[in-house]
Design a protein around this ligand. Structure first.
Ligand SMILES: [Zn+2]
Ligand SMILES: [Zn+2]
Length: 546
């Protein structure tokens, strides 16, 4: 009896120990069976494996900074979109190549020509080389992951691999050809989910049980401002195209505020067609070594703007000295640059630590270094309206990307809100922080002003990009509104302090270009966003007389 009992216990233990494995094995077998049904619904494995090149051509939109570039950080602020005409995504399955290309133009006024140039850019991989390429064939090899892609979006070889997998035919074909393993079948919100495991990473595909067609593909990506994001690409409008079911539109959302970041609408597919160009990467790209993260940041020069006020280059940060501590205005830059700016500030005046960061506005290029400020325990000073978005940036975790995004567990923000004027004052320094008025690039923005030295500290107010000066009046509008006299400007986007007069001349450079751009399109009856520019001062007088 004792013996039988022992045997039974052993069996039970064995069963308990094996249960997870048999369960997983069953889920994987079910995943494989489901993928076979999906292949059948899409036209059959033979038809799918018979697709050797796939070209999807169309157009779409992209959210500026993936939702971090709107007029305010309010979740209900309307999305600022860039248009992407000339979109073409090509898969060359036999040669293990992928390339997506599109043009880019902001549907809102922007100060730099590059925002309105309709430049064609491409991203893809050729074998194990990820790359980005411009219209004239210049290209850069991509690291495995990066948080510094175009417009500071995530990028990298793994990013492009997973993006290429985010199309039903590519994904199902990868499973059929053995390049992806389907695993872990489960149910979520009435959809069947399977994980697709490839060499470069892991994605999850959802299948609509009613049609057995893929509904979405999602995967995780690092983001310097937002920690870790889940990016979900959802397919719509399946139709038969040369014997396979293909979606005619798709869009991508991130799990931060469920923001729609990209839309793609097609004009046509081409399958195994002479129309499709070869997409091998140029040898000049293939021969590049894998980019390595730089080990050090260039030395930061601190230029004295006025007594107790310094301007950093590179970085464009301004540091203000109080009796026993320092306060910084603006902290963009990559992880290395942001940490270097904080370290430089902490050695600027012996015995005086950096304790506060003023954030001019929430735009992701201006808050790229934000998590470094949280890491350093700085108190954040910004417009009260930025609390929510800055708190998101401080607290979102990045569990899978702790090697490249700061605060993998998320952090905690100490916040000092600016409502009206906020005065920071002790025996040695008075610094006033004001809400920006009359500025169509950014509401909920602040600038700082030191009345004793008449120093104006700003970002995107006096010196946004000046190739098109769509915001020419904003600087003087703010000075008039708050009745301020300025001797020196400490700018974020210009690499040196400037006098008031130099600042006016700098702004004036882009005024004729903004006017000309609007007039050029008005003549064709194609009125542009931001036109006519809001201008009423005499800008000819402000042109440099050099
Ligand atoms: Zn901005
Ligand atoms: Zn800016």
């Amino acid at each position: 009896m004792k013996n039988t009992c022992l045997k039974f216990l052993r069996l039970l233990l064995c069963a308990v120990l094996l249960m997870p494995f048999t369960l997983f094995a069953q889920q994987d077998a079910d995943a494989a069976a489901l993928m076979a049904r999906v292949a059948e619904a899409m036209g059959g494995s033979e038809a799918i494996l018979g697709v050797h090149t796939l070209e999807a051509n169309g157009y779409g939109l992209e959210a500026y900074f993936w939702g971090g570039g709107n007029v305010t950080g309010d979740p209900m602020a309307p999305q600022k979109w860039a248009e992407n005409p000339g979109m073409s995504s090509i898969w060359d399955f036999d040669n293990d190549r992928y390339l997506t290309q599109y043009r880019h133009n902001f549907l809102f006024p922007f100060g730099g020509i590059f925002g309105h140039s309709f430049a064609l850019s491409g991203w893809g991989y050729d074998g194990n080389v990820g790359y980005t390429i411009t219209e004239n064939g210049n290209g850069q090899r991509l690291a495995n992951w990066s948080t510094a892609g175009a417009w500071f979006k995530p990028d990298g070889y793994a990013f492009r691999r997973l993006e290429a997998l985010s199309h039903p035919l590519a994904a199902v074909r990868a499973v059929l050809s053995g390049k992806a393993q389907a695993q872990n079948l489960r149910i979520e919100n009435d959809l069947q989910l399977v994980d697709l495991v490839i060499d470069a990473g892991r994605a999850t595909m959802a299948i609509d049980p009613a049609t057995s067609l893929p509904r979405f593909v999602r995967w995780s990506t690092p983001h310097q401002n937002l920690g870790q994001l889940v990016l979900t690409t959802t397919f719509a409008g399946y139709q038969d195209w040369d014997g396979v079911q293909l979606p005619f539109a798709w869009s991508s959302n991130i799990d931060w505020r469920d923001t729609q970041i990209q839309t793609r609408l097609l004009d046509a597919y081409y399958i195994n067609s002479d129309h499709t160009p070869a997409i091998g990467a140029p040898q000049s790209i293939l021969s590049q070594p894998l980019p390595q993260a730089p080990a050090s940041f260039p030395e930061i020069t601190a230029t004295e703007v006025a007594d107790g006020i310094w301007h950093f280059n590179p970085g464009g940060n301004t540091v203000v000295e109080f009796a026993d501590h320092l306060v910084m205005f603006e902290l963009g830059g990559d992880v290395l640059g942001a940490r270097a700016a904080i370290a430089r500030a902490n050695t600027l005046v012996p015995g005086k630590p950096l304790t506060h960061l003023m954030v001019s506005h929430h735009h992701f290029d201006h808050t790229r270094g934000f998590r470094a400020a949280i890491e350093a325990g700085l108190t954040i000073i910004s417009h009260r309206g930025n609390f929510g978005i800055l708190n998101d940036m401080a607290s979102r975790p990045a569990p899978n990307f702790g090697d490249m995004v700061l605060l993998p567990d998320g952090g905690r923000m100490d916040f000092m809100p600016v409502d009206g004027r906020l005065r920071l004052q002790d025996d040695t320094m008075t610094l006033d922080i004001y809400p920006v008025v009359k500025h169509n690039h950014m509401a909920n923005a602040i600038f700082a002003y030191a009345p004793d030295s008449q120093t104006f500290i700003e970002a995107d107010l006096a010196t946004p990009a000046n190739q098109f000066s769509f915001w020419a009046e904003a600087y003087e509008d703010n000075l008039e509104h708050y009745n301020l006299e300025v001797r020196m400007v400490s700018p974020n986007h210009v690499n040196r302090p400037m006098t008031h007069q130099e600042t006016l001349e700098w702004i004036a450079e882009g005024v004729p270009n903004a006017i000309a751009r609007c007039e050029e399109y008005d003549e064709r009856g194609r009125n542009l966003p931001g036109c006519p520019p809001y201008l009423f001062r005499n800008w000819n007088e402000r042109q440099s007389r050099e």
